[in-house]
Design a protein around this ligand. Structure first.
Ligand code: GLP
Length: 260
């Protein structure tokens, strides 16, 4: 796990996008794991800029989104389908048939979840998974006490998540109570993980995810079990890290480190 403490949201977004683009440059038919929430917006803007100005090509890319609200039609402006199309998919050249987003309106969730897992495998697994983090330490919709071995399934959202996400809806009662989400076990199988977080309200979750014990109470702490995780955060999100200075020291000393 490597933590990159950045000076601004713009810098962390740029660096995270660079990490994702690196995977694409070495593997043009990479499988990308996509995340929603406000935090990855800067990362997506930067990938779109690279597509427009530097010919970053998505024509062979396949994507799998982490999660979706249950009950929102894809046309609802708060559905993750809508979010992804508006903020990313309509701006790059990923073939529509290569885009996968969990369905929040299927008539058979169990069958859909099994199909989603199977489809990820058929596509060769996820090469790089983008992640945000909830203020309660969740990744995707894996709320506290989610099994660290969990697979794609339905989850009941925690009150804290409903409160956090109420800002996007007219009123808190409009926030769906259920989500369909990749499991922690699904996420841990991606070859590389890139997590972005900014702001003081993420500082506690980030400290627990990076430095706390591995626990289902903070599902992002399971990332400690993964061999290749890059975490891009701003100063505010890094403010409760005990080893914050060490992470900056590691980056400063990188140029002189022995080559692998
Ligand atoms: C939702 C999403 C998560 C996301 C989280 C944080 O709960 N399911 O994937 O990480 O929101 O969102 P934001 O980046 O807006 O703080």
């Amino acid at each position: 796990m490597e933590a990159f403490v950045c000076r601004s949201y713009e810098e962390l977004s740029r660096k995270a996008a660079f990490a994702v683009a690196n995977v694409l440059n070495t593997k043009p038919n990479a499988v990308l794991g996509m995340a929603t929430g406000s935090t990855p917006l800067g990362l997506y803007q930067e990938l779109v800029r690279m597509h427009e100005e530097e010919s970053l090509d998505f024509s062979q890319v396949t994507t799998f989104n982490l999660d979706e609200y249950v009950g929102l039609p894809v046309t609802h402006d708060q559905s993750y389908h809508y979010f992804m199309h508006e903020n990313f998919f309509k701006k790059v050249n990923i073939p529509n048939s290569n885009i996968h987003i969990p369905s929040g309106t299927t008539s058979n969730y169990q069958a859909f979840c099994q199909w989603y897992e199977q489809r990820i495998k058929e596509c060769g697994g996820i090469d790089v998974q983008i992640l945000g983090i909830g203020s309660d330490g969740h990744i995707a919709f894996n709320e506290p006490t989610s099994s660290l071995a969990s697979r794609t399934r339905l989850k009941t959202l925690a009150q804290q998540t409903i409160n956090d996400n109420a800002r996007f809806f007219d009123k808190a009662e409009d926030v769906p109570i259920y989500g369909i989400t990749m499991g922690v076990g699904t996420i841990l199988e991606a070859r590389k993980l890139v997590l972005v977080a900014n702001g003081e309200n993420k500082a506690d979750a980030i400290a627990k995810a990076i430095e706390g014990p591995v626990t289902s109470m903070i599902t992002a702490s399971a990332l400690q079990l993964h061999p290749d995780v890059d975490i891009f955060i701003d100063e505010a999100a890094a403010s409760r890290l005990q080893m914050r200075d060490y992470y900056t020291w590691i980056q400063a000393k990188k140029p002189g480190a022995p080559q692998l």
